[in-house]
Design a protein around this ligand. Structure first.
Ligand SMILES: [Zn+2]
Length: 338
């Protein structure tokens, strides 16, 4: 487990978690902010003030539910509401956050999924109620990767809010699907597929599916078994690639190594708590083996239609050196790893 970078561990924390509420995202943004300014010993009330500010701004700009359970609001939502309604002052609001807003999130932040050992005290040590001591692992991220990681946390925060507002409606997943199809009928299809980009990015290790290089701009959403054949936009079959890689691939059959990669990418989604996990489960099966078999079956069907000649990937692509396989999230979700 020593081969992973601080950035890998960070993404593991942000992408995988029980995430019953958005607390983790708010704290992640605060931590990156402290690290960026080189603040390594952060008093508790300073953490509370930043944490409160994140929520205050978020709820002001675009009010969305911050937790999944119907009819419930997070402590932070209530405090922001109280200040807004003039019941308490700003310093009183921050004091409340200090006393009751950080109790769960600060001790629990350094976990990946349900695993509390793997990143215990990796980014900070806490003296509960007093201070956070940030470690070099975090300070380095703040110095070198602040923009990218902050953008990722913000995207993830938005996804959680979207998921919570959907899970609060009655027919959770079906509704999500209906909304998507209405969208597809009404709008430009490519545009609606582009809404999957922030969702898919992290699970794909932030690299192009077909060449393994970083994805920064000109990002296309591609169907692995081609849309011309499958005629659906199910998320299990969508990947991100560079525009030029997508053009090279076109509607060709991909090599079997990309099918294995698609299987691994979908397991990365299955390891998380996003509502589309349920959707993929319903379509492909409730365990890793049946999902792999289902995808391989689709592949065989496409092969029958397209013939056995396949495209092996962008020039120079080699699965052995693909960073996707070296990401912590991929390692953790590989059913062959202990
Ligand atoms: Zn590419």
């Amino acid at each position: 487990m020593d081969n992973f970078s601080p950035s890998d561990y960070w993404k593991g924390i942000v992408l995988y978690g029980l995430n019953a509420a958005t607390y983790k995202m708010a704290l992640a943004k605060c931590l990156l902010g402290f690290a960026k300014t080189g603040l390594d010993d952060v008093p508790w009330d300073r953490v509370a003030a930043s944490f409160y500010q994140e929520y205050r701004q978020r709820l002001h700009e675009n009010p969305m539910p911050q937790m999944g359970m119907r009819g419930r609001r997070t402590v932070l939502e209530r405090i922001v509401q109280e200040e807004k309604g003039g019941l308490i002052s700003r310093p009183q609001a921050i004091e409340k956050v200090c006393n009751e807003g950080l109790n769960d999130v600060v001790p629990r932040f350094q976990t990946i999924g349900a695993n509390a050992d793997i990143v215990r005290n990796y980014f900070y040590e806490m003296e509960f109620g007093k201070s956070l001591k940030l470690k070099d692992t975090l300070l380095t991220l703040g110095e070198n990767e602040f923009d990218e990681l902050t953008a990722e946390v913000t995207a993830r925060w938005g996804l959680l809010e979207g998921a919570f507002s959907i899970s609060r409606s009655q027919e959770n997943y079906e509704l999500a699907n209906d909304i998507r199809y209405i969208y597809l009928r009404q709008g430009d299809r490519r545009q609606s597929l582009a809404t999957n980009i922030p969702f898919l990015m992290g699970y794909q290790g932030n690299v192009c599916f077909y060449c393994g290089e970083a994805l920064v701009e000109d990002i296309h959403v591609d169907h692995v078994p081609p849309w011309q054949i499958v005629r659906h936009d199910e998320v299990w079959n969508l990947v991100l690639s560079h525009g030029h890689c997508n053009l090279q691939k076109s509607d060709k059959l991909v090599g079997p190594h990309f099918v294995q990669k698609l299987i691994a990418r979908n397991e990365n989604i299955m390891g998380s708590n996003h509502p589309w996990k349920k959707k993929i489960e319903a379509l492909l099966g409730n365990n890793a083996n049946s999902r792999a078999t289902a995808i391989e079956h689709h592949y065989e069907q496409v092969k029958i239609v397209r013939g056995p000649d396949y495209w092996g990937g962008s020039k120079g692509y080699n699965p052995e050196t693909d960073p996707f396989y070296r990401r912590l999230v991929t390692f953790l979700n590989n059913p062959d790893n202990p």
